[in-house]
Design a protein around this ligand. Structure first.
Ligand code: SF4
Length: 272
């Protein structure tokens, strides 16, 4: 039995497949889907990651997901709580789960029948785009029923990518795939702005990121730029630390100026 509502993300480390949260990103109730109930699985190792080390013996089973998601959706409907989105996120990179496509299909069925007002969202670091079948799956879902893909774009240059995402995936290879995806499909771009080891992104990194953001926005497919401050504890605190609000505001301003200079429009939001 899932207790509703849940006001934080902690129960995604106790084996739950579905975790309703009040999300600052969604501005309301977001129902998270966790494909990794037993341990974190992610090709990134962001120092600001909010998932604390854990293991359970829980297993992901699509039928269990269907049951839990139906319960949570029905519970929200009974309480007349609007559901903003049903969101693939959880303990790692959802697109790398062998169950991702089946789970997406199941969530789509439930959303269509029981919560048509909710958006279906997949949050991804982009690693899945390197697999042709996942690239196509996300592209098709976006085109056929408006899946909203929220792509991580923390760095504009390799040095900051190494510091903030610490992934073995080559930066150029990942960015090339992100560009290819955004050329073909709409996406929301998410960027964490925080200090790592006491250091904020350099001016050169900021310029490179703005340049990359402009290039992506020029496709006309960027739904929104979401700039995040670090708001929750992470296992490595205080290695990653929240940046001052003025820094996020400055980054939003220089992004808007870069977009305007390039003659491109795209919404920019800050989440503190
Ligand atoms: S991409 Fe997300 S899940 Fe993976 S390490 Fe970074 S913050 Fe954590």
């Amino acid at each position: 039995m899932i207790v509703f509502p849940v006001e934080n993300h902690r129960n995604r480390e106790d084996g739950s497949l579905v975790y309703p949260v009040y999300s600052r990103r969604s501005g309301g109730l977001s129902i998270g889907i966790n494909l990794f109930p037993d341990k974190k699985v992610c090709p990134f190792d962001c120092p600001y990651c909010e998932i604390f080390p854990f293991t359970t013996t829980a297993k992901f089973v699509v039928d269990t997901l269907k049951g839990e998601l139906t319960d949570v959706v029905n519970n929200a409907q009974r309480r007349a709580v609007p559901i903003r989105d049903i969101c693939f996120s959880g303990n790692g990179e959802p697109t790398l789960s062998p169950h991702f496509e089946k789970a997406l299909e199941a969530a789509r069925d439930i959303q269509k029948k029981a919560a048509p007002e909710a958006k279906l969202v997949a949050i991804t670091c982009g690693a899945g785009l390197l697999r042709d079948e996942i690239f196509s799956c996300l592209q098709n879902a976006t085109a056929s029923y408006g899946l909203d893909v929220w792509l991580k774009l923390d760095a504009g240059g390799e040095a900051w990518y190494r510091a903030i995402n610490r992934s073995a995936i080559p930066f150029d290879k990942l960015i090339a795939k992100i560009k290819e995806f955004v050329r073909r499909s709409p996406a929301t771009l998410q960027t964490m702005l925080c200090s790592i080891g006491g250091t904020l992104p350099s001016d050169a990194e900021e310029a490179a990121w703005n340049h990359l953001a402009l290039e992506l926005a020029e496709t006309g497919n960027v739904r929104q730029f979401q700039l995040y401050g670090k708001a929750r504890p992470s296992a490595e605190d205080p290695f990653a630390e929240a940046a001052p609000v003025s820094y996020l505001e400055k980054r939003a301003k220089t992004l808007q100026e870069t977009l305007a200079h390039g003659g491109v429009e795209a919404p920019v939001s800050i989440y503190l």
